[in-house]
Design a protein around this ligand. Structure first.
Ligand SMILES: [Zn+2]
Length: 121
């Protein structure tokens, strides 16, 4: 089932414009994610210089302001960030419903887990 078909009708929160995908705390969340995992969660080689939203919406609504690194957002290198938005993305009909494919989200979470293991070891 497509995520967009699960969205409630006429829910104002889901009609937000692009800027509302980011809350006031985004730069702090992004920095904290890269402090925890300084290596790209996608290629697991390059330094993570950006933090990628694998989704902007979940079953509780918009994610902005309550992002959890390793669940919703992932440190990535610049090159992989481009690939993740270009090749591993679906539901372009509603910008808040847009998210990475399930396969891509699984790979990002696995990458996060691999890097976390290295940091603990
Ligand atoms: Zn990368």
């Amino acid at each position: 089932m497509q995520l967009s078909s699960q969205l409630p009708e006429a829910e104002p929160l889901l009609r937000l414009q692009g800027g509302d995908r980011y809350a006031h705390n985004w730069s702090a969340v992004s920095r904290r994610a890269r402090r925890i995992c300084p290596v790209c969660c996608w290629c697991q080689r390059a330094a993570a210089v950006e933090t990628h939203h694998a989704m902007y919406w979940d079953e509780k609504g918009a994610i902005a302001g309550r992002e959890i690194p390793g669940v919703h957002v992932f440190p990535v290198c610049e090159e992989c960030h481009t690939v993740l938005h270009r090749d591993h993305w679906f539901s372009p009909d509603d910008h808040l419903a847009r998210r990475n494919t399930p396969h891509a989200i699984d790979r990002l979470r696995a990458g996060w887990g691999q890097q976390a293991k290295k940091r603990i070891a």
